[in-house]
Design a protein around this ligand. Structure first.
Ligand SMILES: Nc1nc2c(ncn2[C@@H]2O[C@H](COP(=O)(O)OP(=O)(O)O)[C@@H](O)[C@H]2O)c(=O)[nH]1
Ligand SMILES: [Mg+2]
Length: 452
């Protein structure tokens, strides 16, 4: 069956998670109470990857919502899809308070304190699965909950489910100094990066700067709100799971997809591009024509990338790349068009793989949900592993170093009981693990990497 359990942690994780669930309901024709809207479903549709059926035949998402403060979960439990969720899967042990105060260590401590409760819910959900394939973790790195509780959960998952894959959708913060999301985001981000490196099978990097730029500059949304930005995230989650939910002959297990995208266990940070770029909230779309060739070339453009840090024209290499293409009808994506697109991409040298690795651009053609109307001919997502992603880590490292040298805000972390006397060691170790991954990416840019 290959089921997946999604874990939504903290404000960002839960807000993105709701968009994800709405998208799933839409595509699988499930109403906000979990009822299938019509008895017919296409023969190859797999609702069961993300939903289980309860005693009354209603579809319940295999999703667990976790937060350290009630604000977001309260809103969700009064919102549009409250009837869909299993109340037992909403973990919010503290009914008041300000949660983890944007502090990774407080978040981690919380995760430890409620460890049993969280693991119990996960294990119970796992028991509902015939053959659990793995987990999706949705979270951000800048605050305290998604980062700290999220990190603790990553550790526990690799303890309790060592053979299962863990894919994260990780939102990195605005980077400009005057627009930083939280003052201590470099600390929280470095501490989280370390746990991602150590425990995640694949990390889909989402960067609020890039998402915001696309909304503002490409789609000309005047004052982009989270609602616009989260639609890009939901599109990524849609297409990256589409070959599992509407499976064809290839790319129909998450494990398989990750195995080809992440050939090295600690270099598993993936960047995505979308084409056409669009947001339903404003009905804006930036392309009038969406032929296969056009889409595949656009996916290699910087403007279409949901990560702002990576420079693919520099000295870096692609380690792997997968285009997921979804046509409005079967004729919209055919072999002839794919061959033509490949040839142009190769002739123009639009993509350069590491010379010491035998990788190439993979394509997965996925079927459209029969329950939704797709306006454009072809929609595409590229998921790629590129050595240039090290720039993201270096960026947060250098912000981290500046603050750490001055000892700024360290007392906030040293005051957390669980890290009394060990906060500095935790920081130093995290910094080191991130550095070693940056070094590995650097080595991979050398032609003689194999002999390193
Ligand atoms: N894309 C996106 N980012 C968000 C959302 N909510 C918060 N963030 C980002 O998440 C970071 C703050 O973390 P948050 O999730 O609010 O903290 P937590 O509740 O302690 O985990 C900042 O970088 C915010 O810009 C959201 O709904 N969508
Ligand atoms: Mg919060």
């Amino acid at each position: 069956m290959r089921e997946l359990i999604s874990l939504h942690v903290g404000q960002c994780g839960n807000q993105v998670g709701i968009e994800f669930l709405k998208m799933l309901c839409n595509q699988h024709n499930i109403d906000p109470l979990g009822n299938a809207k019509s008895a017919t479903s296409s023969s190859n549709e797999r609702k069961d990857i993300f939903f289980r059926e309860d005693d009354s035949g209603r579809f319940v998402p295999r999703s667990i919502l976790i937060d350290t403060e009630p604000r977001v979960l309260d809103r969700i439990s009064k919102g549009q899809i409250q009837g869909l969720l299993d109340p037992e899967n909403m973990v919010m042990p503290q009914k008041e308070g300000s949660g983890s105060g944007n502090n990774w260590m407080k978040g981690y401590e919380f995760g430890e304190m409620y460890d049993e409760q969280i693991v119990d819910v996960i294990v119970r959900e796992a028991r509902h699965c015939d053959s659990l394939e793995g987990f999706l973790l949705l979270h951000s790195t800048a605050g305290g909950t998604g980062s700290g509780v999220g990190s603790r959960i990553l550790e526990r998952l690799s303890d309790c489910f060592p053979t299962k894959v863990i894919q994260t959708y990780t939102v990195f913060p605005h980077n400009k100094k005057d627009a930083a999301d939280t003052t201590v985001q470099p600390y929280n981000t470095i501490l989280t990066l370390r746990k991602l490196i150590e425990h995640a099978s694949a990390v889909v990097v989402l960067d609020n700067d890039a998402l915001n730029n696309i909304a503002q500059n490409t789609l000309r949304v005047e004052n982009p709100q989270m609602e616009h930005i989260n639609q890009f995230v939901s599109t990524v989650m849609d297409l990256s799971t589409s070959t599992l939910r509407f499976p064809g002959y290839t790319h129909n297990t998450l494990e398989g997809i990750i195995a080809s995208l992440c050939p090295f266990p600690r270099n598993q940070f993936l960047m995505c591009s979308c084409a056409p770029l669009m947001t339903q909230a404003t009905q804006q779309q930036h392309l009038r024509s969406t032929q296969v060739g056009e889409i595949m070339e656009r996916l290699l453009n910087r403007e279409n990338r949901l990560v702002s840090y990576v420079n693919t024209s520099g000295s870096g290499y692609y380690l792997s790349a997968l285009d997921v293409l979804r046509g409005r009808s079967e004729e919209d994506v055919n072999g002839r068009q794919l061959m033509g697109a490949y040839r142009r991409i190769w002739d123009q040298k639009l993509i350069t793989f590491a010379p010491w690795l035998s990788s190439s651009l993979e394509v997965a053609v996925t079927t459209k949900s029969p329950h939704v109307v797709q306006q454009n001919k072809v929609t595409g997502l590229m998921i790629a592993n590129h050595t240039g992603i090290a720039a993201l880590m270096k960026n947060f490292q250098s912000q981290f170093d500046k603050m750490y040298k001055q000892g700024s805000f360290l007392h906030m972390f040293e005051g957390v009981k669980l890290f009394e006397g060990t906060a500095k060691a935790e920081f130093d170790e995290a910094r080191e693990v991130v550095q070693s991954t940056v070094d590995e990416y650097k080595q991979m840019e050398k032609p003689d990497f194999v002999s390193w």
